[in-house]
Unconditional design. Structure first.
Length: 204
């Protein structure tokens, strides 16, 4: 196996050097165009790092769920989930984090890198309430850099092409996966049948 073990080897593989468009797009504070991308996005992947390694967690809500608080600060409510709190554990111990925003129907993706902390300020939590239910914490990121990503990954994958959508019935269900991993002690058909209503009642 041939392994790339130095930056010199790596950079020699990827020539020529990045074009101006790849570097001048980086901002260190919010811009009007970048604000529009964030406010249009209903989904972001949250990447964090901690002593046990890295974590990447899906986050989604109504468009604009990540709030542009000011030109240097983003805020993301921590909506209800499975209570594993892997990302939050990481942020408490290591503030480095990143968001990757997707915009349905658009080839553009958008990246935000920075350092975060968790806030449980009552007024801030209340400002993110939906249907009277506030998040238990808010991720507050201090922006280091912002930039859009080229569309090649979206184009290659045809992510938004309905003809390429996967039939859910062709995939294993969460209940089936859990049952197989626990000798039918957890999950199963009853789990799958109950999930839609359970999710509806606990969305916020």
């Amino acid at each position: 196996m041939s392994i790339v073990s130095s930056l010199e080897q790596l950079e020699a593989l990827y020539t020529p050097a990045p074009a101006a468009a790849s570097t001048t797009k980086v901002a260190h504070a919010m811009t009007p165009h970048y604000r529009r991308l964030i406010e249009a996005s209903p989904f972001a992947a949250l990447a964090t790092v901690g002593p046990e390694g890295i974590d990447c967690s899906p986050r989604g809500d109504q468009p604009g769920f990540v709030r542009v608080h000011d030109d240097h600060t983003l805020m993301m409510p921590d909506r209800r989930g499975n209570n594993r709190i892997d990302s939050l554990r990481n942020i408490v111990r290591d503030p480095r984090c990143a968001f990757l925003f997707l915009l349905p129907g658009s080839g553009t993706t958008f990246r935000a890198h920075g350092r975060a902390h968790l806030s449980v300020d009552p007024d801030l939590l209340a400002s993110f309430a939906v249907e009277g239910k506030a998040p238990r914490s808010v991720i507050v990121m201090r922006i280091d850099e912002l930039y859009f990503q080229c569309a090649r990954a979206i184009v290659r994958s045809e992510l938004w092409n309905p003809a390429r959508h996967i039939d859910p019935k062709s995939l294993p269900t969460p209940g089936e996966i859990l049952a197989a991993m626990t000798d039918n002690q957890v999950g199963g058909e009853a789990y799958d049948q109950a999930w839609p209503e359970r999710a509806r009642q606990t969305m916020w």
